[in-house]
Design a protein around this ligand. Structure first.
Ligand code: FAD
Length: 493
């Protein structure tokens, strides 16, 4: 019997992962990618002896990448290796308070209570509650389709249902943090920042997001050897060796639907027939450009985008011993910052600045005595703002803040520079508005409104990636690939 043919549109992490899983289940798989390289948002840039990952910098749940590669190759270390990073993040406040946060919950709880003035036991309890929330909900919200009735018959769902009222769906993350951690602004701000993991506001996203801190501290943060871009490279290499055909620089023009079934795609005017089409393109973009004969579901139109970012990639000709792999310089008014992003669609004048320095782990990423700074602030998704002006302002705000907080002249240290803005993110990846994580999780029921991993009315048409269930970020994209490939194989039985 001939192998069923699966065509994957887009080689973002979820597209690459779905391709591997389908190949492992006997599909004949081809991947069509508009860019010249795999990885989508997980790009790479090098200049003057500095190397930068241009997209994600924080890596959690590495076993999901291993599991995916293992679907075609049993010795995953042939393709992908990583190490645990012992510290989670270095935090800095304007009044000079500094906290190098250990990954380990016990050490972190004690140290943060000492430095920030909180209660170590309350912090440790907050983490154990987060761990429980994660365990209860992952089988329901992250690992299965929320859009198939069979999910609601599983043991995990029945176990989770009675506990749902305790999971913070009815308060914001910020309110929950205040209640759990007391009247301690710095501690609350530190735990509020986990809302940005999926591009949301702590003042709007529900308290269930408390579970995110468990990823960073309970489970840990990791560094892939060779940098973040080694993740898509590893999946691409494993797929190539397993016989997947990849086509780069190939912009898919249309997904064809006949008699309520996806039948083919068009690339450069050529028709490629398929039994199954998997769309890894941002779902709003896909309906607009590829599924032009299909109406866009109302939820897709209604959902607000996650935040986007302005990123400066700076080669810095100095080393800063107190900086770590991940660093956060907090805004003095977090509420005003998130209001600016999500209510006023603009920048805040005192933005929280995130700096990632991969050279702290891999010294080859910067010349001797230097550091590769990935400097990012959260901004709204593009809705027509004047990004040239906003980017200039962002640079000025960031430099003033870092000069103040690190007591240096940052401008004088920059040897090389590159910049990424929301419109550029959209241009490079077709992610609408340059949203980093698809739609935002600012609404209580956001998980249910996100697009399903399949089309309800069109057979053979599936979706994976950060803009569909279960959401954005590498771990969720890996979950989405598994859910999508499971649906495909079950539907074909
Ligand atoms: C600056 C930045 C920082 C981030 N930080 C983190 C982080 O620290 N940790 C984390 O976990 N996540 C982070 N994320 C989010 C993470 O990168 C995404 O959630 C994830 O990479 C999305 O993967 P995806 O599979 O949805 O596809 P995408 O990366 O969106 O890729 C989609 C692919 O489809 C291709 N495509 C689009 N249209 C077509 C077409 N017509 N034909 C063919 N191909 C097409 C695009 O070229 C692209 O390669 C960050 C993202 C950005 C941009």
């Amino acid at each position: 019997m001939p192998q069923p043919k699966a065509l994957v549109v887009g080689a973002g992490v979820a597209g690459l992962a779905t391709a591997l899983r389908l190949k492992g289940r006997g599909y004949d798989v081809e991947v069509f990618e508009a860019a010249m390289h795999p990885g989508g948002k997980m790009g790479e840039w090098a200049s003057e002896g500095y190397r930068f990952d241009t997209g994600p910098s924080l890596f959690t749940l590495p076993h999901l990448v291993e599991e995916t590669i293992a679907s075609v190759h049993s010795k995953t270390s042939d393709y992908f290796t990583y190490s645990k990073h012992q510290t989670a993040c270095a935090y800095f406040w304007e009044d000079g308070t500094e906290l190098l946060a250990e990954g380990d919950v016990g050490t972190f709880s004690k140290k943060s209570a000492d430095i920030l003035g909180g209660n170590a036991r309350a912090i440790a309890e907050y983490f154990s509650e987060a761990a429980k929330m994660y365990d209860i909900t992952k089988g329901v919200f992250l690992e299965r389709s929320l859009h198939r009735w069979q999910t609601y018959l599983t043991k995990d769902v029945w176990k989770a249902i009675p506990k749902l009222p305790t999971l913070g769906l009815f308060s914001s993350l910020h309110q929950r943090n205040q209640k759990r951690l007391g009247n301690n602004d710095k501690l609350v701000q530190l735990f509020d920042r986990f809302a940005t993991y999926n591009g949301s506001s702590p003042y709007l996203t529900p308290g269930i997001m408390q579970m995110i801190c468990h990823l960073e501290h309970g489970i840990g943060t990791f560094y892939p050897h060779g940098g973040m871009s080694s993740i898509p490279k590893a999946m691409f290499n494993a797929g190539k060796d397993a016989g997947i055909e990849y086509h780069f620089g190939q912009n898919v023009e249309k997904i064809h639907v006949e008699n309520n079934r996806a039948t083919a795609i068009t690339v450069n005017g050529n028709l490629h027939k398929a039994d199954v089409v998997v769309c890894n393109v941002d779902v709003r973009s896909a309906y607009k450009h590829l599924l032009t004969d299909v109406s866009t579901p109302k939820n897709v139109v209604k959902q607000k985008p996650s935040s986007s970012a302005i990123i400066f990639y700076w080669g810095i000709k100095q080393q800063f011993p107190k900086l770590d792999l991940h660093n956060i310089f907090f805004s003095e008014d977090y509420k005003a910052e998130f209001d600016a992003i999500f209510s006023q669609d603009t920048l805040y004048e005192d933005p929280t600045v995130y700096i990632n320095i991969s050279a702290k782990v891999d010294e080859n990423d910067a010349p001797k005595g230097c550091e590769n700074w990935f400097v990012m602030i959260n901004v709204p998704a593009d809705s027509g703002q004047d990004w040239d002006t906003l980017t200039q302002q962002a640079k000025q705000f960031i430099i003033e803040k870092l000069n103040r907080m690190l007591a240096v002249d940052v401008s004088a240290l920059i040897e090389t520079e590159n910049i990424l803005t929301p419109p550029l993110i959209e241009l490079k990846t077709s992610s609408q508005g340059g949203a980093l994580y698809g739609s935002s999780s600012n609404e209580r029921m956001a998980a249910f409104f996100r697009h399903a991993n399949f089309h309800h009315k069109i057979g053979g048409l599936y979706f994976c990636g950060g803009s569909v269930h279960p959401g954005g970020g590498i771990p969720l994209c890996m979950h989405s690939a598994r859910i999508t490939s499971d649906l495909i194989t079950n539907d074909q039985l």
